[in-house]
Design a protein around this ligand. Structure first.
Ligand SMILES: Cc1ncc(COP(=O)(O)O)c(C=O)c1O
Length: 401
């Protein structure tokens, strides 16, 4: 008897929300309703011949949880079904996913282009880490398509961007950038964390690879770290599979189990968080001590039209500039009672951070200014609370400014 069974129905024939509940299930002979947590490092074989078959690949079963694990495999398949990707590989964190997706593609002598509006650790991979191994990198103003074109070289292997950007919520033209980088045979990797798989589908826009910090909306309740790399079967097998298997940033089966269950409620949570974010953005835009609101769903956003074409909603994140700079932004954040101060995002709890002194502290003042991160900017990850309580809390914060 096989150790597990796939359900009879092909999840690809199901609609997205159903895929998130039933997709990828590997049911054990006990017939459990909730997916099983296979908290095991290794697997035993009925004979030496079976062991040999697992290692030659003739036998499909699992060998060792650094290479693959049934709970992790369920998570990978469910995310792939959601994203419409042929293949997915789970990683220990979002940063492990970014590192694997980029480093797996390049060797000394290659070149990479990236948008300068990147999350700090991603910037480190592109600007500091890759050049140490002989991979040259060029950072461009990701909003300016001519800069992407000008940066390309015959040895450019890959390009990297995030959209909407962290923390400024700028929207980059994924389809146009994909076309540009493909003209020299390079690939495009998109960090889709801010948009979530619910609001933006980079593979359909022409990207070759999508990465997530599953730590964020996919968990959505602040428990586990995780990451995932998605792409075509060929992309994953050529660039990602062996890199992850040999270097070992594997997702823990426990985290995979939590994240797998997180996927079941992802559409509901993102829809509600986004609806709350829209109301929060509109409220803030009407307040005299808020100099500017950054929200792609609003008409006053500089890339609103692009966001409408490229995204299915305006995001669960809102950034805004408080009049009076750092001191007033701190006063506002310190006065919140419902909204918690934290640099994380995508959580059921609303979280606020001051990017200039936390997530983007490492950047020089000029680099922060170039990225549009002013001293008065606060970034708010809008949660699942009653939006009226959030607005009351924002009023409380504004009263302290
Ligand atoms: C845009 C973006 N990419 C990648 C990451 C890294 O994710 P993780 O913390 O899971 O490594 C984060 C958050 O930390 C992020 O905001």
């Amino acid at each position: 008897m096989s150790a597990y069974d796939r359900p009879a129905i092909d999840a690809k024939t199901l609609r997205p929300r159903t895929r998130l509940v039933h997709g990828g299930v590997l049911r054990s002979p006990f017939g459990e309703t909730s997916e099983a947590l296979f908290l095991t490092q290794g697997f035993v074989y009925n004979s030496a011949e079976v062991a040999e078959g697992r290692f030659t690949g003739e036998d499909e079963g699992f060998q060792y949880s650094r290479f693959g694990n049934p709970t992790v495999a369920m998570f990978e398949e469910r995310v792939a079904l959601l994203e419409g990707a042929e293949a997915a590989r789970a990683t220990a964190t979002g940063m492990a996913a970014v590192t694997g997706a980029l480093m797996g593609q390049v060797k000394a002598g290659d070149h990479i282009v990236a948008s300068s509006a990147l999350f700090g650790s991603c910037l480190y991979i592109v600007q500091d880490l890759l050049p140490r191994f002989g991979v040259e990198s060029t950072l461009v103003d990701g909003f300016d398509l001519t800069q992407w074109k000008a940066a390309l070289r015959p040895n450019t292997k890959t390009a990297f961007l995030e959209s909407p950007t962290n923390p400024g919520l700028g929207v980059l033209d994924i389809a146009a950038i994909a076309e540009i980088v493909h003209s020299v045979g390079a690939t495009l990797v998109v960090d889709n964390v801010f948009a979530t798989p619910m609001l933006q589908r980079p593979l359909e826009l022409g990207a070759d690879c999508v990465v997530y910090s599953a730590t964020k909306h996919i968990d959505g309740q602040g428990r586990c770290l995780g990451g995932v790399i998605l792409g075509s079967q060929v992309f994953i097998e050529t660039h990602v599979h062996n890199f992850l298997r040999q270097t070992g940033p594997a997702m823990s089966p426990f985290n995979a189990w939590v994240l797998l269950k997180g996927l079941e409620t992802l559409p509901l949570r993102v829809a509600q968080q986004q609806a709350n974010a829209e109301k929060v953005a509109d409220f803030l835009a009407g307040e005299k001590n808020i100099v500017r609101v950054y929200y792609p769903g609003r008409k006053d956003h500089p890339q609103h039209e692009l966001a409408q074409r490229q995204m299915k909603g305006g995001s669960t994140m809102v950034a805004f500039d408080v009049a009076g700079g750092k001191a007033e932004a701190f006063r506002m954040a310190n006065a919140f009672e419902v909204i918690k101060i934290s640099n994380n995002l995508g959580d059921a709890k609303s979280l606020v951070t001051h990017p200039a002194t936390t997530t983007h502290q490492r950047l020089s003042e000029e680099a922060r200014a170039a990225a549009g991160i002013g001293p008065g900017m606060l970034r708010l990850s809008v949660g699942l609370e009653d939006v009226e309580d959030l607005i009351d809390d924002l009023r409380r914060g504004l009263a302290a400014v």
